[in-house]
Design a protein around this ligand. Sequence first.
Ligand code: FES
Length: 65
Amino acid sequence: MTDAPVSITPCPNGPLLVRGDIEILDDEGRAVPRTRRTVALCRCGVSTIKPYCDGTHKSVGFRAE
Ligand code: FES
């Protein structure tokens, strides 16, 4: 990890964009594999690749500002 800035940005009607060097953990505290510096985290609950967004939010009509 580095001291580079981290940001989390909600996409309208979509995922949370996470930029920066942070560790993502599952519900048992295990590190979730991550290959990109910027990732999209699902917040609609229907992604098949949680915790990441797979674009399904569009087909289910997820709405959030
Ligand atoms: S936010 Fe994209 S699949 Fe859930």
